[in-house]
Design a protein around this ligand. Sequence first.
Ligand code: NAG
Ligand code: NAG
Length: 506
Amino acid sequence: MKYKVAFTRRLLLLFICFNVVLGKTPQEWKSRVVYQILTDRFAHTDKSPDEDCQELYEYCGGTFKGIENNLDYINGLGANAIWISPFAENTELGFHGYWSKNIYETNPHFGSKQDLKDLIAACHSRDVWVMADLVLNHMGYPDGCHWSGCPIDNANNFTEFVPFNDEADYHTYCDIDWSNEQQENVEMCRLAYLPDLNQTVATVRETLLNWVRDLNTEYGFDGYRLDFVKGISKDFWAEVDEASDSFTLGEASDWRTDFVASYQGSLDSLLSFPMYYTLEDVFQTSPLGKLTQIHDQLLREADEYQDTSVLGGFLDNHDRKRFLANNGNSATLRSALAYLLMAKWIPIIYYGTEVGFDGGNDPQNRESLWPHYDTSHELYQFIADVNTFSRSLGQNFIDSDQTETTYDDEFYSFTRLDNIKLRVVENCVVVVVINYVFLVFAVLTNILDHSNQVTVENGEVRVTLLNGEPKIYYNGELSGAQMSTSLRMVVYMMSLCVTSFILLSY
Ligand SMILES: *[C@@H]1O[C@H](CO)[C@@H](O)[C@H](O)[C@H]1NC(C)=O
Ligand SMILES: *[C@@H]1O[C@H](CO)[C@@H](O)[C@H](O)[C@H]1NC(C)=O
């Protein structure tokens, strides 16, 4: 309903003013695979150093131009959107961007406003969308303050902040008490000693909303990732969503599904933290957790969220240990990546995953990508192959449901079906008993290994899973990336029933 209203308003605006650049809708974002970038860590403007950045608490030299000059690397991975870390000028050491000093300027370490506009234009010319990361909860550290503490004499020195340089722009000083998490306390108090803006003050609220609104005309971002959603009330987020006129994806970092889901409606969508924790329990514990947890979590999500298909899925990010830090087995990572990329949500790949980064807690998980660009890395190739496959299925894949077939503690499978044309073909119903798949007719090709085909005999297919490798079967003749789009379409149309399903096991 909400999307429909937004769409109408969008059309009206387009008629009134052709120059207004608007972002993309949640519906449109479903076609995206997002690559998450810390601008400072991705690439230098010119040739990046031959050595890893050593001082991970400091600036490492990545820039907007560095991203622009390396878009082939991102395209090659099959990503068609980037989420860049916050672009605003920061207080000292704010290489990650979450410590604003002047919200109206770009971070001079990353480049000028024009550099950022050039990056967005270069992305758009390749159909890569750009998601900006906005920090509306707090500003950076006042002079003399630090993430480990803030002397009371310095705590309210806001002189260098633009535009919020007045004590009245902030909540009265208090620190968030995480040991006894209370919503009011989280909203009113400081996160890691960062000055907490008071969005109830009319001028603060309007200034923030105008800032968000004006980003559309100044830069033309396609969507927004919103930082620390827990820290501000839902009524404010609803106004941010309205002002942005774009897809909004909030970070409510929490394992509770009902809590995270309660923000959907105010914002379009949320990062899928509860499923992140589930996938962590399944794939990153020793011994590995039960795969039924995925089923249990999906049931909770169906109950709690208004729309699960626009959630931002991820396996790790700049605030969590990397996947391989917890479990160094790359076959397990491929299983988790297969789930990430084939499930019905908006997948987000944290930069460096594609070259096997295994950094631990912040800042070890914020490695410089140089000198590790390696498009022949097995993980880069794996991600590219899965993305190429799902992209080749077009809108039918995007619209198709994610339907669980069979699962138990050690086995998990689901299908994504072309249910529009093929619903009538009753024989497409896949029934799986243990490791047998019953189909009336299908030749299934593992898109990750085309030599691995299984044929149906008496309505049965036996699938063997080895060493935790995922398999993604498709019942069309595939010759992979070499096949032209039109030929792939023919195969697709000619299939008696189009069934792709994914099997994860270990
Ligand atoms: C407040 O911070 C500024 C730098 O941002 C500094 O120059 C000034 O001395 C500080 N004022 C006080 C009273 O500490
Ligand atoms: C926030 O601003 C409102 C409106 O000005 C004010 O009533 C309230 O006391 C402020 N809250 C804090 C904790 O400073």
